[in-house]
Design a protein around this ligand. Structure first.
Ligand SMILES: [Fe+2]
Ligand SMILES: [Fe+2]
Length: 194
């Protein structure tokens, strides 16, 4: 379990959950994006048997998460909103371009960091929301996201070797912390507090 460079305060979670339909719509898009990222990595690296197997499992799990999230959204009278730009993911991708060596290594590290940040936030929702149905949804998703982040850092170490991977993880881990801390507040999974 990687330690995030910046910890989200619990007050963020209660504020985001003040608009549960907006949160659920954004969250559903995140799950859909996670599934498509896994599929894109498979398509780019078809001869890497371990990567293909692990990411095929992950893509299925992310679609199950997507379905669970949209089911609750629909049950509450909402619908999936339009896909909007994600400033968090865009800033991370930009940060990775600086000092980049191995593109696949960076993709794996970034995916692991996004999983770790999502997990941190799911746990905050689980622990701090008065809305028990929403808290239960996040409790049900957390174990799989924990496994996903472990898988991505395992694949990153296998790809880059212990020393190179650890150095890159450390650089991007610190950047991720600064990026998320500086993001404006929104009723989204990956917003900040400003
Ligand atoms: Fe997920
Ligand atoms: Fe995941």
């Amino acid at each position: 379990m990687i330690e995030l460079a910046w910890r989200t305060p619990p007050a963020w979670a209660t504020r985001v959950a003040e608009q549960p339909l907006a949160l659920l719509s954004d969250h559903a898009h995140c799950e859909l994006k996670a599934a498509s990222t896994a599929q894109a990595l498979i398509a780019r690296h078809p001869d890497d048997a371990l990567l293909v197997e692990r990411l095929a499992t992950m893509a299925e799990e992310e679609m199950q998460h997507f379905h669970a999230v949209v089911r609750l959204l629909h049950a509450r009278g909402g619908t999936l909103g339009p896909l909007r730009p994600n400033p968090y993911a865009e800033a991370l991708a930009q940060a990775a371009k600086e000092g980049r060596g191995d593109v696949l290594l960076d993709r794996l590290v970034l995916a692991g960091l996004i999983e770790a940040r999502s997990l941190e936030r799911f746990r905050l929702f689980e622990e701090h929301l008065a809305d028990k149905e929403l808290a239960a949804l996040y409790r049900s998703l957390a174990p799989t996201e924990a496994a996903h982040q472990g898988m991505f850092f395992h694949l990153a170490h296998r790809r880059g070797g212990e020393r190179v991977a650890s150095e890159r993880i450390e650089v991007l881990r610190r950047r991720e912390g600064r990026i998320v801390e500086d993001l404006p507040f929104a009723h989204r999974v990956h917003s900040g507090l400003r």
